[in-house]
Design a protein around this ligand. Structure first.
Ligand code: HAM
Length: 420
């Protein structure tokens, strides 16, 4: 019996990789305009890192982490997200000693034991960016400008930016208490999950998709009505900067994020085209996180995009792999040897060249050339070897011209380079 891959973990097949490469290359290009540099952290971290940053009572930490003990009995976890590892690395390598401001981005796989469905997987990929060391609202707007610039650049225009503010340790406790009191009066209408966690994490109740919970919390007061003056002013400035950059957005006061580290600005880029998985990108400010992880008291803000979701939105249509520039068909053993030598030489010189290694009949070799969508075919038989030239056929218009064969394949190489 054959062995299938792990549920919720996908192969990214050759037909899809050109799109993935484009999505990553565009991020590298766009992010570089804004001064971001790449960081790569391990896929595995100490479990404690995620418990302390994402929060013990979040869905991710409570039920979605791939946690295991290594042979030494140390608890390790496959990273469910990229922010905490980047902060861990920033602190560990004392990057703040060189420059407190760091603009970092990352691409790579993340792991969450969620129920797989379209756009939601157990291994998925994020492209993320983080700015450490700037608390000015201008950087909030700048990070959002970069995110929208990226979406423009990959041609995904039908997305909506929603923003919110979740307050800070000054004002959130007051809102939390208020919310707990509100929820307490409606406990009988809530799902089991919400009844269990409303005291430890009441904001999550606002995010519950169960219809009873949605109805029960419809009248709950908004976090925006409980912001302290500092948070209110910050949020006002962010909105002003977004307006001055002419970036369209809406305020969604019910947006609560699934990770506990957020303070002040939070945001999601949502789409109507992915069913229940509407967020293609999300993030926010996390001003207390670095100190909480044992680092200096520095602010931070960032986002991550789900690459699978970007790929689903883009679709792989129209991305045809590039066929070989030349296919060398060979007839007979000597010709096959010469074809192999020529093909290798062309490849070394940056030409996409192919042949049929088994050298079947001419008909089957031409069929293969056609299947690979080769642009030209060189036909090499004993006669051609004898007279020192061979016909090069253009597969588009059927035209043919003789190419003189020289030991270094220079004639062929020139012909291909001049008509690339
Ligand atoms: P998040 O909202 O958990 O935030 O994930 C960010 C994005 O990753 C989502 O909007 C979605 O596109 C994608 N994503 C999340 N889970 C899955 C999944 N199971 N399958 C497919 N795609 C998924 C974070 O991870 C934060 N670290 C973002 C951040 C960076 N905040 C500040 N800096």
């Amino acid at each position: 019996m054959s062995i299938a891959g792990v549920k919720g973990m996908n192969d990214i097949l050759p037909a899809e990789t050109p799109l993935w490469q484009e999505l990553e290359a565009t991020a590298r290009r766009v992010f570089s305009f804004y001064g971001f540099r790449e960081i790569r952290t391990p896929i595995v971290e100490k479990t404690e890192l995620f418990c302390r940053s994402i929060g013990e009572t979040t869905d991710i930490v409570e039920k979605e982490m791939y946690t295991f003990e290594d042979r030494n009995g140390q608890s390790l976890t496959l990273r469910p997200e990229g922010t905490a590892p980047v902060m861990r690395s920033y602190i560990q390598h004392r990057m703040h000693a060189v420059d407190q401001v760091a603009k970092l981005f990352y691409c790579g796989p993340m792991f969450r034991y969620e129920r797989p469905q379209k756009g939601r997987y157990r291994q998925f990929h994020q492209i993320g960016a983080e700015v450490i060391g700037i608390d000015d609202p201008k950087i909030d707007a700048q990070v959002l400008a970069m995110l929208l610039h990226y979406f423009d650049s990959i041609g995904l225009l039908d997305v909506e930016l929603q923003i919110n503010s979740l307050g800070c340790p000054q004002c959130r406790p007051d809102y939390r208490d208020n919310l707990i009191r509100f929820i307490e009066q409606r406990l009988d209408q809530l799902c089991d999950d919400c009844r269990r966690r409303y005291v430890t994490n009441p904001l999550r109740v606002l995010d519950c998709k169960v219809p009873g919970c949605l109805a029960a919390t419809a009248e709950a007061s908004s976090v925006l009505d409980h912001l302290c003056s500092d948070c209110e002013e910050h949020f006002r400035q962010v909105r002003l900067h977004l307006e001055s950059l002419r970036l369209p957005f809406s305020v969604n006061p019910r947006m609560v994020r699934g990770l506990d580290y957020y303070t002040k600005t939070t945001f999601e880029l949502v789409t109507r085209h992915l069913g229940a998985q509407s967020a293609v990108a999300a993030g926010g400010r996390y001003d207390g996180l670095i100190r909480q992880l044992g680092g200096p008291d520095l602010p931070g803000i960032g986002f991550a995009m789900g690459v699978e979701r970007l790929a689903l939105l883009k679709g792989t249509d129209g991305l045809k792999p590039e066929g070989p520039e030349i296919f060398i068909a060979a007839l007979g053993e000597d010709a096959a040897r010469e074809a192999f030598r020529l093909m290798s030489l062309l490849q070394r010189n940056g030409i996409r060249a192919e042949m049929d290694y088994r050298c079947g009949s001419l008909k089957s070799q031409l069929r293969r050339a056609d299947k690979l969508q080769a642009r030209r075919v060189l036909i090499l038989g004993e006669d051609e070897l004898g007279r020192g030239s061979a016909p090069l056929r253009d597969m588009n218009d059927g035209s043919q011209r003789d190419i003189r064969l020289d030991p270094k394949g220079l004639n062929l190489l020139n012909e291909l380079k001049s008509n690339a």
